[in-house]
Write a protein that binds this ligand. Structure first.
Ligand code: GUE
Length: 312
């Protein structure tokens, strides 16, 4: 039977560390870290995620500020808000929920966020730091994915890793993080030919294509580690909504370990957002010499010292 990697439990462990870090900052006379969450429009899923993020902030002692703008907001207004937040000393992290409405140039908006407050790690400066291996802020979902993988497979050196999906938010950064760990990385996507053959060799599969149950049991080598990033809402016959991942969960019992949907990558994304916010606040308040210098301590991956079994 495959081990089910409990993303909620691992997220809770990370939250405990984050809470302790917030407490230490307060004890040192600093203000509480502040996160501004910007939501444009009425997208249902985005509203759910933003609400979750705000609630999670409360739990660890981060001060959150929610900014809701109407769907028709002009780009200039959004950028003016970001400029204000960039200059507001009580704000240490800025998150602009994507996707944005179509009148808005997402890349221009993400570029306008101060790289020091870019807790999503989407700014080109942070992307550059990540791809050159000097750190900075690592995007939340990829960071969470690495923590989940390392909870069952602490040493990735020489392992064969396949990433399905090439998005800027998940596929590309996760491929870079895997490379940093000296895995042999293949980045595939839905147009890749022989995707099943490529997957069958993999020690690790990160499925982030947004294609429900794309990865079938026979694609998976016995003993592989599977990370499911997909979340597709499906209406069941009983009229109840269920969430389906990119991996056919019921077909992969021969894997070593698999993340569930929900309860896998999703909770880790939020826990990493909180941890990134505290990191940004510390850098801003205590003045890091070079934000590229603190990679070793940043992703909190020391919590999985070699040989330490993960709770499941
Ligand atoms: N600027 C920005 N940063 C993001 O980090 C960002 C974003 N925009 N836009 C959308 C995606 C998606 N995302 C998720 C967060 C939590 C869950 C989560 O908590 N999922 C639960 C289930 C949620 C449910 O019931 O739908 C779980 O998997 O257990 C999922 C997805 C963050 N994103």
């Amino acid at each position: 039977m495959a081990q089910i990697i409990d993303g909620r439990a691992i997220a809770r462990q990370l939250d405990e560390r984050t809470t302790a870090e917030v407490d230490a900052m307060l004890a040192a006379g600093h203000p509480a870290p502040g996160l501004a969450v910007v939501l444009v429009g009425e997208d249902g899923a985005s509203q759910v995620y933003v609400r979750r993020k705000i609630k999670a902030c409360e739990k660890v002692g981060i001060r959150s500020m929610e900014h809701r703008l109407p769907a028709g907001t002009p780009q200039a207004d959004l950028c003016a808000l970001i400029k204000r937040l960039n200059n507001d000393d009580s704000v240490h992290g800025i998150l602009v929920q994507v996707p944005l409405p179509e009148q808005i140039d997402t890349r221009a908006v993400l570029r306008s966020i101060s790289p020091d407050k870019d807790v999503d790690g989407f700014h080109p400066v942070n992307v550059g730091r990540l791809t050159t291996g000097v750190g900075g802020i690592v995007p939340c979902t990829p960071l969470g994915i690495m923590l989940l993988i390392e909870s069952v497979l602490p040493d990735l050196k020489g392992k064969d890793a396949v990433v399905i999906g090439k998005s800027n938010i998940v596929g590309k950064p996760v491929a870079n993080l895997l490379l940093d760990e000296e895995a042999t990385v293949t980045v595939a996507h839905i147009y890749t030919e022989n995707l099943s053959d490529i997957c069958r060799k993999a020690d690790v599969i990160v499925a982030a294509a947004g294609a429900p149950e794309l990865v079938r049991g026979w694609w998976v080598k016995p003993g592989a580690v599977l990370i499911d990033v997909g979340i597709t809402r499906k209406l069941g016959e009983d009229g109840k909504e269920t969430l389906v991942g990119d991996i056919a969960f019921n077909e992969v019992q021969h894997a070593a370990a698999v993340t569930p949907v929900p309860g896998g990558v999703g909770p880790m994304t939020i826990a990493c957002l909180l941890s990134n916010t505290v990191k940004a606040a510390r850098n801003l308040l205590e003045g890091a010499d070079d934000p590229g210098d603190d990679y070793a301590d940043a992703p909190d991956r020391s919590m999985y010292a070699k040989g330490q079994p993960a709770e499941a």
